[in-house]
Design a protein around this ligand. Structure first.
Ligand SMILES: CCCCCCCCCCC/C=C/C(=O)SCCNC(=O)CCNC(=O)[C@H](O)C(C)(C)COP(=O)(O)OP(=O)(O)OC[C@H]1O[C@@H](n2cnc3c(N)ncnc32)[C@H](O)[C@@H]1OP(=O)(O)O
Ligand SMILES: NC(=O)C1=CN([C@@H]2O[C@H](COP(=O)(O)OP(=O)(O)OC[C@H]3O[C@@H](n4cnc5c(N)ncnc54)[C@H](OP(=O)(O)O)[C@@H]3O)[C@@H](O)[C@H]2O)C=CC1
Length: 296
């Protein structure tokens, strides 16, 4: 299948030749773009996720893509399962004999007011995004990187001001960044770097179909809120990931890079006008001086 964005890579050909990577959630969206970029640069890539159907389709597309130079393989894996993750890292090592790069991209969440979240719903999102990332980091480190070094990138999200209606995911991703900071120091002596990339709002059909009918109105509302007035592409995220994995980022560890068109500079993307009537919010002093427009 031909690429649909008309270019190979922003990086020099062969940049990652002889290297091997594992990309979670590599069968769709941002993960697939990361896998494609790595393969284009000569890296061998294992893609893993829960759905064998999605993985097979992705593998087929990657193998037909004339720009992909490295070898690609796939293995089903639920990152919430310790046994699956252990097997995914072992499988990648068995196939390619090395594991230079790990990209923790597999993840997601659903929209819900925090008050309506069940313990199980909260747990599912934290397990997927935070526990899954920890397990993959630990297995990559203990099975290979402790002895050989390596680079890890975790996909997080723009959540400095929280993520209302995705509180579970905001909390989990904040945990991922803090985990990365801890591991960056603990594993530096092994030559392991670990960083995060925080996408803003990146249009991926696979990602947005999870939000059903809410998706399109959200896109219409959010685009004007982004300083550069457009959404991001999966390739823009992939490009940042590849830079962080590359030797060009050798002095960068424990950091988070936002790829968000400036969204993190201006706050939170959801329109807040529909969050209800606010007369219950406390006030101190003479509220009567506030003109009506200053207090909705
Ligand atoms: C206001 C309009 C907004 C429109 C759209 C805005 C989007 C903006 C987002 C911008 C930034 C982020 C973008 C992205 O991340 S795109 C990528 C999206 N992709 C995914 O999210 C895919 C992966 N997600 C999942 O697989 C699931 O969300 C989950 C992580 C929860 C795992 O699902 P799983 O199937 O394993 O879960 P379970 O069936 O075991 O259920 C566990 C509990 O979770 C509850 N649950 C699951 N889904 C929902 C739901 N949609 N709503 C409410 N509750 C849900 C489920 O009921 C279980 O709890 P209980 O046992 O208590 O019932
Ligand atoms: N698009 C955006 O605007 C943003 C996206 N992100 C994050 O970027 C990442 C990629 O998102 P995007 O490409 O847009 O959306 P996708 O829905 O296409 O990607 C999510 C990927 O994660 C995989 N996945 C989900 N749960 C698990 C699991 N338990 N074990 C293994 N793999 C899993 C899915 O595959 P499968 O179903 O086969 O398991 C899928 O390939 C996600 O973590 C997302 O939350 C963050 C900020 C913004």
């Amino acid at each position: 299948m031909a690429r649909d964005y008309g270019r190979s890579s922003a990086f020099r050909p062969g940049l990652l030749a002889g290297k091997a990577a594992l990309v979670t959630g590599g069968g769709t969206g941002i993960g697939l773009a990361i896998a494609r970029e790595l393969l284009t640069l000569g890296c061998d890539v294992s893609i893993v996720s829960r759905s064998a159907v999605k993985l097979d389709a992705a593998l087929d597309a990657l193998r037909r893509d004339g720009a992909c130079v490295g070898r690609a393989r796939a293995q089903p894996c639920n990152v919430r399962s310790e046994a699956d993750v252990r097997g995914a890292v072992a499988g990648a090592l068995e196939a390619f004999g090395r594991l230079d790069f790990l990209v923790n991209n597999g993840g997601g969440q659903f929209i819900s007011p925090a008050a309506d979240l069940s313990a199980n719903g909260f747990r599912a999102v934290v397990e997927t995004n935070l526990l899954g990332t920890f397990l993959a980091c630990r297995e990559a480190f203990t099975q290979y990187m402790r002895e050989h070094g390596g680079a890890i990138v975790n996909i997080t999200m723009v959540n400095r001001n929280g993520f209302p209606r995705m509180a579970h995911s905001g909390a989990a991703r904040a945990g991922v960044l803090n985990l990365a900071r801890s591991l960056a120091t603990e594993w530096a002596s092994s030559g392991v770097r670990i960083n995060c990339v925080a996408p803003g709002i990146v249009y991926t059909p696979s990602g947005f179909e999870n939000y059903g009918a809410m998706g399109e109105p959200f896109l219409n509302a959010v685009t004007p809120a982004v300083p550069c007035k457009r959404l991001g592409t999966a390739e823009e995220v992939a490009s940042a990931v590849v830079w962080l994995l590359s030797e060009g980022a050798a002095y960068v560890t424990g950091q988070e890079l936002s790829v968000d068109g400036g969204l993190s500079l201006v706050g939170y993307p959801f329109p807040l006008a529909d969050t209800g009537e606010h007369s219950a919010f406390p006030v101190y002093g003479d509220a009567a001086v506030l003109p009506p427009a200053a207090r909705l």
